[in-house]
Design a protein around this ligand. Sequence first.
Ligand code: AHM
Ligand code: MG
Length: 324
Amino acid sequence: MQRLRTFLDGHCDNTAVVEIIDGLMVACKDIAYRLHLGSLAGVLGSAEQENVQGECQKKLDVISNDLIKDCLAAIPSVKGLASEEEELPVACNASGEYLVLFDPLDGSSNIDVNVTVGTIFSILKAAADSDAATEAAYLQSGKQQVAAGYVLYGPSTLLVLTTGDGVFSFTLDPRIGEFVLERQNIRISETTQEFAINMSNQRFWLPEMQQYVSDLLQGEEGPLGKRYNMRWIASMVAEIHRILTRGGIFMYPYDSRDPGKPGKLRLMYEGNPMSMLVEQAGGMASTAFENIMTVKPEGIHQRVSVVMGSSQEVETAISYHVKN
Ligand code: AHM
Ligand code: MG
């Protein structure tokens, strides 16, 4: 049995990044505890307020955000943080060298129905002269990430992370309150027969994406020549975890519902960290037009189109967009 801290000390020579990941897990263990208590902790339901994106916040969105913020602010190497639930970034320690971006509780529409949710995080190196209270300090492409990961709160609580040298997963052992190493050097299968997309948005997609999904649905009788299965949990952490376990393709593509917003998911809190994990596991992550991690961010809450997972299937999806 290898504990997270022991693993990180041996695997990553960046002690500041080790401190940040280790420290962040204090808040994530607290979130896991509250989620597992469910209604007994009085944390279910709406907080009756909206976040910066105009979305209704759940009580646990707010609680998780506060727990992670407090935890990160106490880590000396954290210079600043940005959260999906906060309009503006927050400066932490002037001498810190790293910026942490996070979605405190992704998939939170699932909280009240007792389905898997997760925390997603991304760590960037701060420029020496940057002001961590301003957005400009955080506007780095995904390729600049030094680490990324998620904590999945499901039947068991798991941490999946990369520091740029493979993907590793850890299970929270509630008997000792520690994450212990579960899987090493996780690889995503190159091919798949499983896709995940919210089909109710079909009419809003680009014609290229409509054609690709229509061909997936035709199964072995269509041009792709194989039968596909579909999953949609409405929780990106759960979908990406499934793909890291048995392959698949996950898509939240461009749609025309909200002109000016290319898709629903956020580049800095969801697209980039999940792309780093997927690429480190041998998969691909694209907007359908370019690598997600090369998108130059213009705002911390920017949206992005997402097509990621098994490399051959992502290439097939991209090929529909190139052709037309
Ligand atoms: P959130 O950050 O507000 O929870 O939204 C992100 C989530 C993803 O986890 C998931 O893939 C998607 O929203 C589900 O969207 P939909 O409600 O359209 O199914
Ligand atoms: Mg989210």
